[in-house]
Design a protein around this ligand. Structure first.
Ligand code: ATP
Ligand code: MG
Length: 146
């Protein structure tokens, strides 16, 4: 599925909708250049589910949990160099199927790529529109209304 957004507000509205479709155990793997909108998308998902505005940036905290039912874990592998480094961070416990997990720069942590995932690749940066390619990999299909 592909969608183009001409403003940040448009992308946020879609992310809120997408977020309500997610359930515990889902993993969303986000890719795209610096400044393409990965964090913006996560903000929309969190806002859509928890009706609160996320303020912290995982680029500096690496992993951030938003408390809710289920909780939402926002991970950012930007600074991760190899799988060993990731293993040392003790991430395994997070992947227990009880939370919704969103990962920025997921390709930096191949050992944490679950078989079932929603892959979102964002094209565009700066003032250009953003095109999102969303793929359901080994998991349930996206609803038609999206
Ligand atoms: N159509 C659009 N959709 C989303 N964001 C947009 C759009 N147009 C402009 N922007 C801007 O692009 C920026 C996206 O920043 P964001 O932090 O979400 O990117 P990122 O992919 O998480 O980057 P990083 O790889 O550094 O973590 C924001 O400043 C946002 O306002
Ligand atoms: Mg980001």
């Amino acid at each position: 599925m592909q969608r183009t957004f001409y403003s940040e507000a448009q992308m946020l509205a879609f992310a809120r909708l997408f977020g309500r479709f997610l359930q515990a155990g889902d993993v969303v793997a986000l890719a795209g250049a610096l400044g393409s909108g990965k964090t913006t998308f996560v903000r929309g998902v969190v806002h859509g589910r928890l009706h609160s505005d996320p303020t912290s940036s995982p680029t500096f905290t690496f992993a951030h949990r938003y408390h809710g039912d289920p909780p939402i874990d926002h991970l950012d592998f930007y600074r991760i160099d190899d799988a060993r480094e990731l293993a040392e961070l003790g991430l395994d416990e997070l992947f227990d199927g009880r939370s919704i997990i969103l990962i920025e720069w997921w390709k930096n942590g191949p050992s944490f790529t679950p078989r079932q995932r929603f892959e979102i690749t964002i094209e565009g940066a700066g003032d250009s529109p953003r095109t999102l390619c969303i793929e359901a990999v080994n998991t349930r299909a996206l609803p038609a209304f999206m």
